[in-house]
Structures are given as structure tokens and as C-alpha cells.
Design a protein around this ligand. Structure first.
Ligand SMILES: Cc1cc2nc3c(=O)[nH]c(=O)nc-3n(C[C@H](O)[C@H](O)[C@H](O)COP(=O)(O)OP(=O)(O)OC[C@H]3O[C@@H](n4cnc5c(N)ncnc54)[C@H](O)[C@@H]3O)c2cc1C
Length: 374
């Protein structure tokens, strides 16, 4: 490539692609380098649940970032549809959360403090059985996006905006002069240099950051999914109970997630226990699923972080390198806010959310309670 890049993005999942789109829309020359195919890791594997949010009243930095996504997803989805013809099926389908007594004493108050609509339900929706010891709460603002389609539309829209998309070649190493990053060497031996490099390599970002002196920033946390072939309308809302959920797609398929397995390392496959646990959970919550076929199962690697927060910040000592990593269970809902923050870091513009909350040296506020568990 003859002309120098403004931004090189390492990793083509939802975080790298959303950032690429935002940067290209701002007129910058961008390349995304992806080790495999675009959007085929966590961003494909996830369930695509997008909780509601009220940006003005959101309390913690994480709540603000989530609320930014909730606010902007409808318009952004329409824009992607206009630009690419790909419908990401973003839908405000509402959600029902099943809470224990203790959770019921805490979460509804947090949601109301953010100005979010939430009502206790006397009866669960039709065909749904409230788990023993739980109460049902309706959150009409819950939404979902069909994440594999969303990522496909991001690839198409970024390409149309002039982003150079380079699949099947991974980052190999950083190049330095006098301790300063000057570029990267890729696995095919080619070299790239850009004014800014964004690390968006998901669960694998730990390696890239360790070479810059930031070890244990990100690690993989496997999550498994079971997909039922249901029928449209069988499950009316996203249903959530603890760390598990059902996400009904428009075509009737129902995703059931998910396990949380930090001990699995980089192994992505399913396990008999994981599949049996999710299948049992789903059939107890929605008994008619016992009559539905399990169409597929899969696993994905979430980019975990010690405090559960993403890091969206320049790497200490390497101001030209920006990390956008560690989105754990929430990278889809946080993708639009992250992209906007990355754009602000690159252009020197105004960040939608205070960047201090996602800096490398952030101090976790032990008293802060995010409105939604992730
Ligand atoms: C089962 C499951 C359910 C989930 N459900 C939800 C949900 O409902 N809502 C939600 O908001 N989030 C959800 N998540 C979390 C969400 O999917 C992730 O947080 C998000 O996808 C992370 O995006 P990413 O771009 O950082 O990572 P990825 O999508 O993993 O992308 C990283 C990319 O970097 C590439 N890469 C790695 N190493 C290199 C290298 N050396 N060189 C070049 N490229 C490299 C990889 O190939 C990959 O394509 C879920 C995740 C899982 C696994």
C-alpha cells in the first residue's frame, strides 16, 4: 500500500469493524487485518442481546457505554440496511428477567434509577414457567440484534466506505525504533505502519498487549450456545435468569445461552455437560421446547477482563497504540459506544463517555453497581 494509513486495526470482530466504520465515516484511511474470516469468533457466537439504556441517567461508565449502544442501535441498524441491503434484524422484543428475592430487592431499583421501564409480572408470558424461588419482571426496552448478520453488514458497509479489509493474515509482532512502536509485521511477512494502531483482537488480544508490557489484560472465557428450531412467536421475549437466557429470533429459532468457563482456555467446542445444562434450563423455562429439535450447538470465546470492564485507551508508553479489548459478555451492546470512543481517541474529538473509566490505570469503584450484570 503506497499511501500511509491513518489507522490500522488488528482484529475484525464487532469491535474492530464498528471502529473501522466510524473512523472511515470520519474520513480516515483505515485497514482492518483479520487472522481468519471477519466476524467469525465471539461476535458471531454471541446471542446479540442489547439491554435498554438511558444515557442521561446512567450511573456508571459501563452503564453509559451500554446506554449509548441502546440509544444508537435502532438508527445505526437502519443506516446499515440502507447502505448494504442487509437486515441485521435489530428488534426491541422486550425482556423478562427472573430474579431471586435478593436480586429483586436490588435490580429493579437500579433500572428505575436509570429511568428504565420495569414492571413486576403477576404471571409469566404464555408457555413460560417461572423458575421456583424467582419472580418475573418485564423490561419492555430489551432488544436483540442478529449478530452474524450485523457483522456481515458492518463488513459490507466498511468496504463501501473505503476501509481496506484484509482477511486470513494475522498480526505477528510489533516493530520498534528506540522503544517506540513504528509498525507491525504480519504473519505473511508484510509490514504495516499507521499513525494509530487499534488492538481489537478479542480473547486473543492478551498476546498482542503482552508484547507491549501489558500482561494478563484479557483472557478467554468460553460460552456455549444451544440453538432450538422453534416457530415464530413461540417465545415472545428475551428471557433471562441469572447468567442464562433464551433469545428468540424472528424466524422462530431460539438461542439458549450460556455457560461461563474461564478454565477452558482457547478451546471453543461444546461439552456434553454444557449442552445438557443449557437444554435442561431451556426446557424447564419453556416446556414446549421439549418438542423442538436442537438444530446446532457451538461455543465462543469472550474476551474476559479482571474487573469485567473493557479497556478502551492508549497503551501506556505507546500512545499510538489504542486498545479496544476485554468486552466480556457485552461486546455487542457496547460496540457502538466503543467505536465512538476509539474515534475520539484517534481524532482528538469528544468521547461520548469519560475515558477514565476504561483506562489501563482505572481504579474500580467498589461501591458502583452497574444496572445490568454482564
Ligand atoms: C456465547 C456468547 C454469548 C454472548 N452474548 C452476548 C450478548 O447477548 N450481548 C452482547 O453484547 N455480547 C455478547 N457476547 C459477548 C460478545 O460476543 C463479545 O464481547 C464481542 O463479540 C467481542 O468482540 P471482539 O471484536 O472484541 O472479539 P471477536 O469477535 O472475538 O473478534 C476478535 C477478532 O480478532 C481476530 N484476531 C485474533 N488474533 C489476531 C491476530 N493475531 N491478528 C489478527 N486478528 C486476530 C480474531 O480472529 C477475531 O475475529 C457473547 C459472547 C459469547 C461467546
Amino acid at each position: 500500500m503506497s499511501e500511509r494509513l491513518d489507522v490500522l486495526i488488528l482484529g475484525g470482530g464487532i469491535i474492530g469493524l464498528s471502529s473501522a466504520y466510524a473512523l472511515a465515516a470520519a474520513g480516515l484511511k483505515v485497514e482492518v487485518v483479520e487472522r481468519g474470516d471477519f466476524g467469525r469468533e465471539a461476535s458471531w457466537a454471541g446471542a446479540g442481546i442489547v439491554p435498554p439504556g438511558n444515557f442521561e441517567q446512567a450511573a456508571t461508565p459501563l452503564d453509559k457505554l451500554r446506554a449509548y449502544g441502546a440509544t444508537h442501535f435502532p438508527d445505526f441498524s437502519r443506516r446499515l440496511l440502507d447502505e448494504t441491503g442487509i437486515d441485521n434484524e435489530f428488534t426491541v422484543c422486550g425482556g423478562v428477567e427472573f430474579l431471586t428475592q435478593e436480586e429483586g430487592d436490588e435490580y429493579p431499583a437500579l433500572w428505575r434509577a436509570e429511568g428504565l421501564a420495569v414492571e413486576p409480572m403477576r404471571h409469566p408470558p404464555r408457555r413460560v414457567a417461572t423458575p421456583p424461588g424467582h419472580s418475573a419482571w418485564h423490561l419492555p426496552g430489551f432488544a436483540q440484534v442478529r449478530n452474524p448478520r450485523h457483522v456481515r453488514s458492518l463488513v459490507a458497509a466498511s468496504g463501501r466506505r473505503g476501509v481496506r479489509l484484509t482477511p486470513n493474515v494475522g498480526f505477528e509482532s510489533w516493530q520498534f525504533r528506540d522503544g517506540v512502536v513504528t509498525g507491525v509485521t504480519l504473519a505473511d511477512g508484510s509490514v504495516r505502519s499507521a499513525r494509530h494502531t487499534v488492538v481489537a483482537a478479542g480473547a486473543w488480544a492478551g498476546d498482542l498487549l503482552a508484547q507491549l508490557g501489558q500482561s494478563r489484560r484479557v483472557y478467554p472465557v468460553r460460552g456455549q450456545i444451544v440453538l432450538f428450531r422453534g416457530r415464530p412467536g413461540l417465545v415472545p421475549h428475551v428471557l433471562l435468569c441469572g447468567k442464562r437466557y433464551l433469545a428468540p429470533r424472528r424466524d422462530g429459532r431460539v438461542l439458549v445461552g450460556s455457560t461461563e468457563e474461564p478454565g477452558a482456555g482457547f478451546a471453543k467446542g461444546n461439552t456434553p455437560e454444557g449442552v445438557a445444562g443449557l437444554t435442561g434450563f431451556a426446557c424447564e423455562l419453556v416446556p414446549v421446547l421439549r418438542d423442538c429439535e436442537v438444530e446446532a450447538t457451538w461455543g465462543g470465546l469472550r474476551p474476559g477482563s479482571a474487573d469485567g470492564l473493557p479497556t478502551i485507551a492508549p497503551v501506556p508508553g505507546h500512545p499510538s497504540v489504542i486498545a479496544a479489548v476485554g468486552h466480556f459478555r457485552a461486546g455487542i451492546q457496547l460496540s457502538l459506544g466503543t467505536a465512538s470512543m476509539v474515534k475520539a481517541l484517534v481524532t482528538g474529538g469528544v468521547s461520548p463517555v469519560d475515558p477514565a473509566g476504561f483506562a489501563f490505570d482505572r481504579v474500580a469503584d467498589a461501591t458502583a453497581r452497574p444496572a445490568f450484570r454482564s
